[in-house]
Design a protein around this ligand. Structure first.
Ligand SMILES: NC(=O)c1ccc[n+]([C@@H]2O[C@H](COP(=O)([O-])OP(=O)(O)OC[C@H]3O[C@@H](n4cnc5c(N)ncnc54)[C@H](OP(=O)(O)O)[C@@H]3O)[C@@H](O)[C@H]2O)c1
Length: 306
């Protein structure tokens, strides 16, 4: 069994570990130093933070204290202000410098947290500023989050760099809604990063039509591997099989250890199982984080599966 965490290639020539621990939700955000230390000790090598999470300083601390060393740890942060207040163009450089100061290093990947971080009509100019900062060596890889088709269209014209990733809520129950976004990303080689990847298991009221399918696959894998494989693990393996980076979270030491084990698992799902999860997932629309991707982006006419 492989002991290293697989990575995906980004179109700017860098690589990104396929599983990240996010410190922007739950107990992971409330106690990032303690949880993040468990994360790095467990062998997870990708941390997802953001200006609005107030966890950049904690991320800097745990990376500095880790015996792994910064070179072996991939860190993402994001541009944004509390309560989704738009940021003026002339404050972007200061905000990026503040991220680098708090972390103690330039983040490996820096994202526009959502299109509403820019004042209306200024998204392209915001992206251009990130491009300038990349050219100046003040940023490394640059990408976006919660971008709909119209947001990509707003920044593509004349762009020097395309975003390397779009970090969005991604799991089987949003696949139908995301179809146009995913098609555009595939055309331009933009990798998807999934936040909320466990939503069908941890947030959907009944689990929906995927519940018995995930349980059946988890039971098969528990038998074939001799390990206790749960439905959350099956969803994460499905996410990896889509070529999508998973950004999960936990403040629970046992679950963090479990997440690190999942990160190193080989591809255990059969193609038929992957296809079944995709096909059944597409029959439902259920999103947990509705505040960005459901604005001015038509919803599919599908049941919620509740
Ligand atoms: N770009 C954006 O706009 C955006 C938006 C949202 C999130 N994010 C990023 O994505 C990260 C992850 O987001 P998420 O929390 O939605 O991810 P998630 O992986 O879908 O959910 C993680 C949550 O599920 C719980 N959990 C994990 N395994 C479980 C299990 N087997 N049974 C029951 N509960 C379980 C965890 O609780 P415990 O702590 O108790 O384990 C944690 O609170 C965030 O921290 C943030 O970094 C980005």
């Amino acid at each position: 069994m492989s002991q290293t965490i697989a990575s995906f290639n980004l179109h700017d020539g860098t690589t990104i570990p396929w599983l990240a621990w996010g410190c922007g939700s739950g107990q992971a955000q409330r106690d990032p130093v303690n949880s993040g230390t468990h994360v790095l000790n467990a062998g997870i090598n990708h941390i997802d933070t953001a200006q609005i999470y107030n966890t950049e300083e904690a991320t800097g601390q745990i990376v500095a204290a880790s015996p792994l060393g910064k070179d072996k740890i991939y860190v993402t942060s994001k541009l944004g202000a509390p309560e989704d207040k738009p940021i003026s163009l002339d404050s972007i450089r200061g905000a990026v410098a503040e991220t680098t100061r708090k972390l103690g290093f330039i983040p490996d990947l820096f994202l526009i947290h959502n299109p509403f971080v820019a004042h209306p009509g200024e998204l392209k100019a915001m992206w251009n500023t990130l491009e300038d900062l990349k050219v100046e060596g003040k940023l490394k890889s640059i990408g976006v989050s919660n971008f709909r088709v119209q947001d990509f269209e707003a920044i593509f014209d004349g762009a020097r760099f395309k975003p390397v990733v779009n970090q969005i809520e991604f799991h089987p129950y949003v696949l139908s809604h995301l179809e146009p976004v995913l098609a555009l990303q595939a055309k331009h080689g933009i990798v998807t990063e999934a936040f909320g990847p466990l939503t069908p298991v941890v947030r959907h009221g009944t689990g929906g039509p995927l519940k018995p399918i995930l349980e059946r696959i988890a039971a098969r894998l528990t038998k074939s591997t001799g390990k206790d494989v749960d439905t959350a693990t099956v969803l994460l393996l499905w996410t990896r099989a889509q070529g999508v980076v998973a950004v999960s979270a936990s403040g629970n030491a046992d679950r963090i250890r479990g997440l690190a084990e999942v990160a190193k698992l080989p591809d255990l799902l059969e193609q038929g199982e992957i296809d079944e999860i995709t096909r059944v997932g597409k029959t439902v629309h259920f999103r947990h984080y509705t505040e960005h991707m459901e604005v001015d982006f038509p919803l599919p006419n599908l049941p919620s599966g509740l």
